[in-house]
Design a binder for this molecule. Structure first.
Ligand SMILES: Nc1ncnc2c1ncn2[C@@H]1O[C@H](COP(=O)(O)OP(=O)(O)O)[C@@H](O)[C@H]1O
Ligand SMILES: [Mg+2]
Length: 272
């Protein structure tokens, strides 16, 4: 395991909308097994900082499994086994010295269903900074909560009711609350697994705008069922099929001029 990761494949540049930032997350030959069943095979992908990478592909092709490798959420699944190399800023996330709880603060995750804690709006966002000891006073904590809610585009809607339950919010607001909760611990990477699939079109549009703003600051990896969404929000797209990456490309190129027949078939709706 001490050998350096040698990669001869060209690194896909971030798209024209994004300045060329370095690689934040890199995977090489990642395979995942659930018991005897292989769900991912040799997935190698570079995800740029300050850019959005979209993962697309038919249901069951391994997108969520791959996302969970990046912050070791597969550790929590009984019988799951991960092989290959996953690096954050060049460091192996599976190294023994890495604390998965600390890793998950650096690599936050937003799920399909908004999942606020059964607590107040304030407490939902304050929870992470508190358990990670990021603030030293009440006023500092209040500032962190306000900043996170502002960056998640929710502050104006909740500033006067921070003590109300997170679940009193609409679905779209709850999803922005969950994003604020992730932001509050100052992450570097935000993983989103179909974050809009439970939302209406207006709430979806707000989340997409938010993703576009957040990309100025974070490495974002989003799984989406919607090719239109991938095209709108991402600079790089990876097309997964049956546990493998079929094609990686700049989003504009992958959707207009795919190199692989399977990609073309998928984006033109022939399967999936
Ligand atoms: N916890 C699990 N236990 C066993 N098999 C799983 C588990 N999670 C996912 N799988 C299987 O792994 C494959 C990939 O699933 P998943 O990563 O959820 O795909 P996607 O997100 O692209 O729909 C599927 O065949 C799925 O049934
Ligand atoms: Mg999934």
């Amino acid at each position: 395991m001490d050998a350096p990761v040698i990669d001869t494949r060209p690194i896909v540049a971030a798209g024209p909308k994004a300045p060329a930032h370095g690689i934040k997350v890199r995977t090489r030959d990642v395979s995942v097994f659930y018991g005897d069943k292989q769900a991912l095979s040799d997935v190698s992908l570079d995800m740029a900082d300050r850019a959005v990478t979209a993962l697309i592909g038919p249901s069951g092709c391994g997108k969520s499994t791959f996302l969970r490798c990046l912050n070791r959420m597969n550790d929590t699944i009984q019988g799951a086994r991960v092989e290959g190399v996953i690096e954050l800023d060049g460091e192996d996330v599976n190294a023994r010295a890495v604390d998965p709880v600390a890793l998950r603060a650096r690599v936050g995750m937003v799920f399909q269903r908004p999942n606020p804690f059964p607590k107040s709006i304030f407490e939902n966002v304050a929870y992470g900074p508190r358990i990670h000891g990021l603030t030293t006073s009440k006023s500092e904590l209040q500032d962190v909560v306000e900043q996170a809610l502002r960056r998640a585009g929710l502050w104006d809607e909740v500033a006067d009711r921070l003590d109300q339950s997170g679940s009193s919010l609409s679905g779209g607001q709850q999803q922005r609350l969950v994003i604020a909760r992730a932001i509050a611990v100052d992450p570097e990477v935000i993983l989103m697994d179909e974050p809009c699939s439970a939302l209406d079109p207006i709430a979806t549009a707000r989340i997409e705008e938010l993703i576009d703003e957040l990309r100025q600051q974070y490495c974002i990896v989003i799984v989406t069922h919607s090719m239109a969404q991938a095209a709108r929000v991402s600079q790089q797209t990876a097309f997964f099929h049956m546990g493998q990456i079929v094609e990686i490309g700049r989003t504009d190129e992958l959707f207009t001029n795919p190199k692989e027949q399977r990609t073309l078939d998928y984006i033109t709706g022939r399967f999936g």
